[in-house]
Write a protein that binds this ligand. Structure first.
Ligand SMILES: Nc1ncnc2c1ncn2[C@@H]1O[C@H](COP(=O)(O)OP(=O)(O)OP(=O)(O)O)[C@@H](O)[C@H]1O
Ligand SMILES: [Mg+2]
Length: 375
């Protein structure tokens, strides 16, 4: 907006404040001599508005693989193609990817694109259920089956009938329960805890893991037969650091989403912040990006979010060499300790875990992290 004022207006400070806050420029009457300048100012304002739109506008909705799973880099496009293909099949799908990459969103996208879309999508986090409750959680129980079973209860398998059962973190499933899952996947039948009657349901299995199941099979903590049964169609969800332009694009998207709920002056990212977003390793992937952007929106002191507001002012590449060495020294010490414990226990993982004072699952993660192979 451009204001045209007469001298009378100049005398009112409140009025001039409003002009300063809302207008791009102002002219004092008479304007006849100033038409060239006004034309120039208008063209400049239009150009500036276009630039601002390019810089600050959120990415167009619908650019992506689904309404929730956003991304248009080559790796995400390949993921989208696989989702479409696997949605048309009935075989189990194994989704692999680092923490926070969107494995659950991928599972939902497969379900939604499949003929089962109108059926239920039921997720079970195998790592989060206490071992003694896994079976009842999955297959249900009858009244009186165990203390606390005061009435019959349907399990997740039955709830998923006609739809998709998502077995999240299947690598965390205790060995003792793996054989029951195997039978369920092979025959579609199961018994509720406390009942001998066999029940059948029609479900499609999608599983996800962030541990290397092949290594777990070698270490004899994951059944080989179950591994081959669920590892028919595989999807690898790419880590965020490998998604190129998507990183910036997702950051803008999450910022515009945050702005709908939280008042913030932030409207975009500074050039330094964009560089930092690209250079960072993103161990927590998309979930970490959402967290950092939400926090930066709260911290922001200006329209453009800075690297410091993202907590990324100290990218690893710029760090003091001695700090890198300390980090490296820690990693090396960790690796040596794991290898030592494995040798001491003659590659018995439970023993190695207790020697190290960590859980067996942590030992698997360390094996994977350091690329240690069990002979
Ligand atoms: N491509 C994407 N577009 C938009 N949001 C995403 C995308 N990928 C992940 N997210 C969001 O990031 C968060 C983590 O996603 P999700 O829970 O699916 O990851 P995960 O791989 O299952 O993580 P974990 O290994 O920790 O279980 C969710 O809030 C999800 O909505
Ligand atoms: Mg998950």
């Amino acid at each position: 907006m451009i204001a045209v004022l007469d001298e009378h207006h100049h005398g009112h400070p409140e009025f001039m404040k409003a002009v300063a806050a809302t207008c791009h420029d102002f002219f004092t009457t008479p304007v006849a001599e100033a038409t060239d300048i006004i034309r120039y100012v208008l063209a400049h304002a239009a150009g500036f508005a276009r630039l601002r739109a390019q810089l600050f506008e959120p990415p167009a909705a619908g650019d992506g693989i689904g309404p929730d799973l956003l991304g248009s880099c080559p790796a995400m496009k390949r993921l989208g193609t696989l989702i479409g293909k696997f949605a048309r099949a009935e075989a189990p799908v194994m989704i692999r990817g680092e923490s926070g990459t969107g494995k659950e969103l991928v599972a939902q996208a497969i379900h939604r694109a499949s003929t089962r879309a109108d059926g239920p999508f039921i997720a079970v986090n195998c790592g989060a259920i206490p071992e003694q409750l896994v079976e009842s959680e999955l297959f249900g129980h009858v009244k009186g089956a165990f203390t606390g079973a005061v009435q019959d209860r349907l399990g997740r398998a039955a709830l998923a009938d006609g739809g998709t059962l998502f077995l999240d973190e299947i690598g965390d499933l205790p060995l003792s329960h793996q054989v029951k899952i195997l039978r369920f996947i092979q025959e579609g039948s199961f018994e509720r805890v406390g009942s001998s009657r066999s029940l059948r349901v029609d479900v499609r299995i999608i599983a996800a893991t962030h541990v290397d199941l092949a290594a777990a099979v070698k270490a004899q903590t994951f059944r080989e037969d179950l591994f081959y049964r669920i590892n028919v169609l595989q999807i690898n969800v790419p880590p965020l650091r490998e998604r190129g332009d998507d990183i910036e694009w997702l950051a803008r998207h999450f910022l515009s989403r945050v702005k709908q709920q939280t008042p913030t002056v932030a409207n975009g990212f500074s050039a330094g912040a964009l560089l930092a977003l690209r250079r960072y390793r993103w161990p927590g992937n998309v979930r970490e990006l959402i967290n950092r952007v939400s926090k930066a929106a709260v911290m922001a002191e200006g329209a453009l979010i800075t690297p410091a507001e993202l907590d990324l002012s100290d990218p690893p590449g710029d760090r003091d060499a001695s700090v890198i060495n300390l980090q490296e020294a820690r990693e090396r010490a960790e690796c040596t300790a794991v290898e030592q414990a494995l040798r001491d226990s003659n590659f018995n993982l439970s023993q190695a875990a207790s020697q190290l004072g960590v859980s067996r699952m942590t030992v698997y993660r360390l094996l994977e992290k350091h690329g240690i192979r069990i002979p």
